[in-house]
Design a protein around this ligand. Structure first.
Ligand code: SF4
Length: 425
């Protein structure tokens, strides 16, 4: 058995670089990391079925790629979604989308667009995980505990004493959300709560409104909010943390908007910034790559021959209704959401993935950071991380498979042109 220390984790977007991995003849297994996602997703067997499947029947890789190219090349309304791949895989998917006139979106882009909708309207002042860890003396956590999606957030980025705060003290205030889970135990004496002990508990929008009222200096009968407003103003560097994907209710972007305004108010008298968290399965990297390549974020389509962005119409759940062929990409985790489409589905996913119903075509791919090296972005958007390969199971990357599809499309286009030329067309 070989032990690999300090392996980078590519899954949720926090970029923990301290995972210990054991490798033996059966595969890889993580040492307990305190993270349920890493402990589950780093466990991979060397003996997996690496065959592609066409309507459930194993086929050679060349046949699968040719069939994918045929389906995608003849599609009227193709969709490329999931989009859970390393940066190279996403760039390949964008090239394919431009080639066939497809729409692109990431499975987890809801949280991103709840934030982007507000960024577009107001702009915002946000910070990084490193600033949170090193400079922040007051953390205001709004809504459900973000550790539900980012399991080691508190342990890695908040529990350590801040390097640049005199005295090293820090307080963490939870506003709204549900009773605090075990994930916050590492914060020990730093934790306080606002609005968790009322019965009935006010909804999140109400709590944020009360805090903004207190910050504006208007009379409020909520002493706790007046006290919290005073503490925000007295902090050296307050950071407001939220995970918009965990907000419930009909208009979560309005809560994000209220938080952006709150940060702006506090930032007028002391230092304050937001930390909007979204980003599992390289969501942020996919969005960055789409923006570099097209000038637009995700939910961009190439139907008109040039990129066109529509955050509502090009939501993958909407496009699925009309897509005649969907290329679903899910390289990080052996699971795919249940979705219904009247069209054909081509799925690129790890071989362990159990899919029901069986897609028209399943092509197994490797996971970045396990089967091959790859770049992913951290959840705060500012750091690109390089994850190395751990094992060789003979699985191609998403970029490899899509590159072969593009070559097959070019080949068939060339063959078609030659045939037309010979026929005198
Ligand atoms: S918190 Fe996120 S990055 Fe860290 S080990 Fe867990 S899944 Fe990986």
């Amino acid at each position: 058995m070989t032990f690999h220390p300090e392996i980078l984790c590519p899954f949720c977007g926090l970029g923990c670089g301290d995972i210990g991995i054991d490798l033996d003849d059966s595969g890889i297994a993580p040492r307990p990391s305190g993270c349920p996602q890493a402990d589950r997703l780093f466990r991979r067997s060397l003996s997996v079925a690496t065959d592609a499947r066409l309507a459930g029947t194993p086929v050679p890789a060349d046949r699968a790629v040719a069939e994918a190219a045929r389906l995608l090349g003849s599609a009227r309304a193709p969709l490329i979604a999931g989009l859970a791949a390393d940066v190279e895989g996403v760039l390949a998917a964008l090239t394919l989308a431009a080639r066939i006139g497809a729409t692109v979106d990431h499975e987890r882009s809801d949280a991103l667009f709840r934030n982007l909708a507000v960024l577009r309207r107001f702009g915002w002042s946000v910070t990084t995980l490193a600033e949170l860890r090193n400079r922040c003396d007051l953390v205001l956590v709004v809504g459900r505990d973000p550790a539900a999606a980012f399991p080691r957030l508190w342990e890695r980025w908040v529990a350590p004493a801040p390097a640049f705060v005199p005295g090293g003290g820090r307080s963490v205030v939870f506003l709204g959300g549900e009773p605090l889970p075990e994930t916050v135990q590492c914060l020990a004496g730093q934790i306080e709560t606002q609005g968790l002990d009322s019965d009935p508990q006010p909804d999140l929008a109400t709590l944020v409104t009360r805090l903004r009222t207190a910050l504006a200096g208007r009379a409020t009968d909520d002493d706790r909010m007046a006290e919290l407003a005073a503490r925000l103003r007295a902090a050296r560097y307050a950071v407001v943390v939220w995970a918009a994907g965990l907000f419930e209710g009909p208009q979560p972007d309005l809560t994000v908007e209220a938080l952006v305004r709150l940060v702006r108010t506090v930032d007028g008298t002391t230092r304050c910034a937001g930390l909007p968290l979204s980003g599992a399965d390289n969501l942020i990297g996919a969005n960055q790559a789409c923006t570099w390549r097209t000038g637009f974020p995700l939910r961009t389509g190439f139907q008109a021959g040039a990129p066109f962005h529509d955050p509502d119409r090009f939501d993958w759940r909407e496009r699925l209704r009309n897509a005649d062929v969907t290329l679903w990409i899910s390289a990080f985790r052996p699971e795919a959401p249940e979705f219904v489409t009247g069209g054909s589905v081509i799925m690129l996913a790890p071989p362990e993935t159990a899919v029901t119903p069986e897609p028209a075509l399943f092509i197994p791919v490797g996971t970045p950071g396990i089967d091959h090296a790859g770049d992913v972005f951290r959840a705060d958007s500012v750091v690109a991380l390089h994850a190395g390969a751990l094992i060789d199971r003979g699985l191609p990357s998403v970029a490899d498979v899509i590159g072969r599809m593009l070559a097959a499309l070019e080949q068939s286009a060339g063959t078609g042109a030659e045939t037309r030329e010979e026929a005198g067309c």
